[in-house]
Design a binder for this molecule. Sequence first.
Ligand code: KIV
Ligand code: ZN
Length: 508
Amino acid sequence: MTNKIIIFDTTLRDGEQASGFHLLKEEKLVIAKQLAKLGVDVIEAGFAASSHGDFESINEIARVVGTKDGPVICALARAIESDIDLAGKALEPAYNKRIHTFIATSDIHIEGKFRKSREWVIETAVNAIKKALTYTNDVEFSCEDFGRSDLEYTVEVVCAAIKAGAKTINLPDTVGWLTPSECYEKVRYVIDNVRGRGLDAVFSVHNHNDFGMATATTIEAIRAGVRQVEVTINGIGERAGNTSLEEIVAILKTKKLGECNVKTEFIGETSQLVSKLTGVYPQPNKAIVGKNAFAHEAGIHQDGVIKEKSTYEIMDPVDFGVESVLTFGPRSGRNALKGKYKRLGIIIEGDEFESVAKRFKEIADLKKEIDDCDLIMAVNGDYNEPEYYKFVSYRTIPLKDGFGCIVKLIINDEKKREYSEGGGQIDCAIKAIRKAISGENIILKEFNSRSLGVGSDSYANTKIIVAKNSWEAKGFSTDTDVVRSAILAFINGANRIRYIEDYFNPSR
Ligand code: KIV
Ligand code: ZN
């Protein structure tokens, strides 16, 4: 028997409803298209009654992505008639549509939130399911706060929901309360007892990450017999988030715990897209999609990976559309370092390599991040920051459409002044610097600016990555003025690129 798991993606509903993750209608549509490309089975597109915007987004996704061969498009609705009407109407254009209705089943919620009885909850759930069936025969019912619900009572609710016509029964750990073994036991109990009464459905879980255990509890629920998992890209969602899609899919695939329709090679690009549109990137050590998920920096690990990848890589990153990298720091290994120099086109052996490796460690010990310029400085035995271009001043001028900027630099002891225009103050300043240093072909690969502090007088910390040919350099700056901080970081990166160029082409 194949263990086929239905992937129900709620990035656009639970993920998007989380603080700081709000998306516009057009952005949601872009993500929904990407989720369809990724191969998820169900897209929960929103909560129609929560806002007019959500209604419109669900409706647009239903129209564009909800095609005959496309995923099931789902809308969330409380067990309230008007919510269900809105969900049904929003889903109207979708070929495959599902209404997901829910009501809390824990006494904490029944008494504290509704101030009603357990009987009232069952009656309300049954009415809601029957109402939803007037729009579609694909109705999912969730026992909100299942994690803290009484088991006997949950079985009663679930049986009533199935009899009313719900095809999928979701057992959410709404507040991330359960440990993995507790989740297994509770889910197993409900499934066994419902089946014991001659009823069945597709059982599902939707777990939150409040104790950091959402992936583990979801895996245990699969072991207990659920056939659908509710997940989000990058694990985004209310509070500490939901179970992350990429983690579950990677576990299913790698440990052969089950099969699903997700085309795993699109996970990397989907994660990037969600990060870009929400403006929130996963932490570097986030499993599968974090920047460091397949980065090896310690010498022992680098040596192992160079000799045999499986020593420190339990999955092939290519399968998930991400890359494995060797990063460099004070604990990097000699073999990896030699390989890196070779890739830069620098062959050093014997005593010469020993001295370079020693100098590299000295440099790396003093720095938070290393780039190609540091590697070349170790070869040259240089410890001073290159300063071909020195910043003097800048002045921005508001224009009708955007800004102009005059920058003054000192290059080779000569003053240089350039002017350029651009959409924003940083854009025109960087363009002016490029002109001044003839740096049009320096590619700005990454630009990050964040505030160090909360007040209007806090510092802007800018970190950039620039590239030319196959070389990469990093530029940093901290300044009270956000534009000057960006300018200084760019000049820092450009100086470091120039240093590399001078090494390879000293006569230019
Ligand atoms: O966490 C939860 O219980 C939910 C339900 C609406 C499924 O998001
Ligand atoms: Zn939730």
